[in-house]
Design a protein around this ligand. Structure first.
Ligand SMILES: [Ca+2]
Ligand SMILES: [Ca+2]
Length: 410
């Protein structure tokens, strides 16, 4: 029954929202999960992994309204998701032999032809990238456009993995004389190397021409190997180290927004957001450990550990959320009304993403009133709901209340 329950649309997601310095933190926990991490975001689609109380991990997708477990071909062997772009989600299994694409309706195998193992690491539109082992167990990068597979091996590489893609720009790293990052634009390779001759360099993410990753090198002051973040665009190489960092790992980039995590002098992990000019430390309120993993626009996802040692996913919006905007797309409209309706009169465990806008974990007329007051915000259309929305609310016996709130009638 438990397994069956996971396959159903989730109805009990625990979320709490906190407003900090103009940003908003929301917990993202898959229901029935004992530990959750959010690992990717595209628009209002969030992907991540959760574990059941028995320790079995499974990937999930939040599609802007509901949660679902990703269970390719009914198999529980697929444990993680690595990328999301629109409706497309990619991931794989612990044995790394096969990867999958979920396109919003069906599952598709992503296996480099003739490979002994394929790991899809990233997606952008209909371009998919990753790494595969050939019959001789040599590792190569690949890009797949939905029709053809192409090997991605920079000159001099003895082992390559493609990690991320943005449009036609593919990034990853390869082993030559040492580890280097690379950018492949579909015809030319550019090597990315840290600024010292001993640097081992790894690329992690790309957005347009912005490439982020990290490099390790010996620090003569600290007398140890230290990891620094980087942001590369063309010939510009910028080291990224949040103040106090003794190890920086950028993992996501969207436009000029770079996110990742860093270790302070006490070994505590913090998330960070670099917006092109300054750093914001991302520590989920009350957490002992926070790591940001991915960013899309001003929406950041990651994981944190609470004071009890339990792992949670989180969503951080680098702005004040509009009350009533359940799916955080900036507009308060019928989509949000439908989400609220779907969870109408839920008594416990409700979250912002389910229509609990006042944080009392219940969805009721208090939340409807908030939705009504902010109706039409962020939208170009009229602030009066269409008849369809009124019909939706009428199904809950709410039309009269909503009409009063929305039109200001007494
Ligand atoms: Ca919305
Ligand atoms: Ca509420």
């Amino acid at each position: 029954m438990l397994v069956r329950a996971w396959l159903l649309i989730a109805t009990a997601l625990f979320v709490s929202a906190g407003h900090v310095r103009g940003g908003t933190y929301i917990t993202v926990d898959y229901p029935f999960g004992s530990s959750t991490r959010a690992t990717g975001i595209s628009g209002n689609h969030i992907i991540g992994q959760s574990a059941d109380p028995n320790g079995w991990t499974f990937p999930f997708l939040y599609d802007g309204a509901t949660y679902m477990v990703l269970r390719p071909w009914g198999s529980s062997a697929y444990k993680y998701v690595t990328g999301v772009s629109g409706d497309n989600v990619v991931g794989g299994g612990n044995d790394m032999r096969h990867s999958f694409l979920y396109d919003g309706s069906t599952y598709v195998t992503i296996d480099y032809p003739g490979s002994s193992a394929t790991t899809c690491m990233g997606v952008s539109g209909n371009n998919f990238v990753g790494g595969y082992f050939d019959a001789s167990h040599v590792s190569h990068g690949f890009v797949y456009d939905g029709t053809d597979y192409q090997t991605v091996d920079p000159p001099g590489a003895t082992s390559t993995t493609a990690k991320a893609v943005s449009g036609n720009n593919v990034v990853g790293d390869y082993l030559g004389d040492r580890f280097h990052g690379f950018l492949y634009d579909g015809s030319n390779y550019t090597t990315i190397s840290g600024p010292s001759s001993d640097a081992q360099t790894y690329a992690a993410a790309v957005s347009g021409g912005n490439v982020v990753g990290w490099y390790s090198c010996w620090d003569y002051d600290l007398e140890k190997t230290v990891v620094h973040g980087f942001l590369v665009n063309g010939s510009s190489f910028q080291t990224l180290d949040p103040p106090g960092s003794q190890g920086t790992y950028p993992t996501g980039v969207s436009g000029n927004n770079v996110v990742g995590h860093y270790q302070d002098a006490n070994g505590v992990e913090h998330g960070f957001l670099h917006n092109g000019s300054g750093y914001t430390t991302l520590d989920f309120p009350g957490s002992t450990h926070t790591e940001a993993l991915a960013v899309d626009g001003n929406s950041v996802v990651g994981g944190y550990t609470d004071a009890s040692g339990v792992g949670h996913g989180f969503l951080y919006i680098d702005a004040e959320l509009t009350p009533g905007d359940a799916n955080f797309d900036g507009a308060v409209n019928r989509t949000d009304a439908a989400i609220l309706a779907a969870h109408w009169l839920q008594q416990t465990g409700a979250t912002w993403l389910q229509g609990d806008f006042n944080g009392d974990r219940a969805v009721n007329d208090l939340d409807l009133a908030i939705l009504a007051v902010h109706w039409g915000r962020g939208a170009s259309g009229a602030a009066v709901p269409e008849p369809g929305v009124l019909a939706l609310l009428a199904g809950m016996g709410l039309a009269r209340l909503a009409r009063k709130r929305l039109t200001g009638q007494a």
